[in-house]
Structure formats: structure tokens, C-alpha cells
Design a binder for this molecule. Sequence first.
Ligand code: NDP
Length: 248
Amino acid sequence: MNGRVAVVTGGTGTIGNEICKHLAAMSCRVIALCRPRAVDCRTAEWMEARKNEGYDMEALECDVTDFGHTSTVFGDIARRYGGVDILVNAAGITSDATLRKMTVEQWQSVVRTNLDGVFNATRCVIEGMLDRGFGRVINISSVNGQKGQFGQANYAASKAGIHGFTMSVAREVAKKGVTVNTVSPGYIESPMIMAVPEEHRAKILAEIPVGRFGRPSEVARVVAFLADEESGFITGADISINGGQHMG
Ligand code: NDP
């Protein structure tokens, strides 16, 4: 994978961060994207922290809900590095409420980030991948997109939508060396799961046959496997990594 250019949306997040490290360990040139912040300079802080760990990676601000902004950032990456070989769509948010209480804003913010964001970033790289005859698109969905979850109609719909997107695009690009896959994590040790009330978290844990939450590095291993040049016969797949919580 020497020198392959990998972009990870949400790359500065808990799971995204591990994905970046795994791709860097495969000798990819890694660029992490995160949400633009008006005040704190998150990208510089993230790059410094990774440098101290021995990784040479870049972080850029990119709001994946905004197609214009996303195009500008990917255009800049293409000019500097000659194109993107691997795209991991890991940017995602939750905004939970039962449907009776869910506001239009909650619905739209989640769908815009989790589903429009996947379209926006993938649309920006797919042409270049087809032209170069190689590409890996890996979309991070969720077990809750596979089975639904109380209070997460917006999140589950956005994550289920990712799989339909994945299978459709996979068919469109399959003959040109480009694979498109989904990875669906179950509950992973992260601030997202720590935000779930303690009592509810204990119930979730009881549903996981392996008896623990997953680790971000375990998700990253699956992503790295799909990103590999030798994984060209896997496309349109949805790979579950959930400790047995949801089978089938
Ligand atoms: P984090 O909140 O740690 O990371 C999410 C990342 O998405 C952050 O880097 C965040 O940037 C970025 N992001 C959010 N909105 C935007 C936006 N509009 N434009 C660009 N970037 C944005 O979450 P996790 O690492 O836990 O989750 C990563 C992915 O895995 C998500 O898609 C999530 O849905 C999925 N997932 C997580 C599970 C879990 O248990 N944690 C389980 C199943 C799936 P910033 O930090 O700057 O806000």
C-alpha cells in the first residue's frame, strides 16, 4: 500500500483515529477530516498528538454536510497528492429522541451528516478512482442500521441508507478496480456509548454474547483489511463487528 492516499472523514474521532493509525501502519499517506471549529484549532492539536506517537498524518477541516465545501477540500487533496485511493466515511453523529419527540432539526442533522456526508465525500472521489482503476470506499454504518433502535429512527435510517448506497455504487464501479463496502460496528468503547445512560448501557452489555463492548482498534482492523490491495474480490458487503449482538 506504499504511498496510497487514504482520507478518513471523522478521522479525528474515536474510531476514525484508530482507522488512521492502521492505514498509516500499512504505509498509506493518511489525511483525517474533521468538523470545522470556529474557536479551537483541533487539526493542529491532533497532528501534534499523532506525531508524538510516531505517525506522520495530516488533518483538515471539512464539513461533510456541505457538498461545496467537501468538493473544495477534496479538490485541494487531489491537487496536492494526485487523488484519493482509499476513502473511509466514518463521520457520524447521533441526536436521539423517540419519533413523537424528534424535531425536524434532529432528523435532518443526523441524516445530513451520516448519509448526505457519505454521498458528498464519495461523489468527490469516485471519478478519480475510476480513472486510475483502483479505489476502496469503506462506509461505517452501525448495528442499529441493521436492526433499528428505540429512540434512534434518524440514526438507524441514516445508517441503513448507507448500506443501500454501498450496494448500488459497488455495482456501478465493480469492473474498474473499485470496491465499496460497509462495516457495521456494534457498541464500541467510546464517548458515544458512554453518553448512553448507565442503566441502559448495562442492558446493552447483557445483549452482547462476547460480554464486552468492542474496541476502536477492532473496527480499524476490519477497515484496514478491506482497504488492502488484496481485498479486491470483496464488494457490496456489509461486515458486522458486534460481539455477536446481532446475527444474520
Ligand atoms: P466520534 O464522535 O468520536 O467521531 C465522529 C467524527 O465525526 C468526529 O471526528 C467528528 O468531528 C466527525 N464529524 C461529525 N460531524 C461532522 C461533519 N459535519 N463533517 C465532518 N466531520 C464530522 O464517534 P465514533 O468514533 O464513536 O464513531 C465513528 C463512526 O462510527 C460514526 O459514523 C458512528 O456512527 C459509527 N459507529 C460508532 C459506534 C460506537 O459505539 N461508537 C457504533 C457503531 C457505529 P469533530 O470531532 O470535529 O466533531
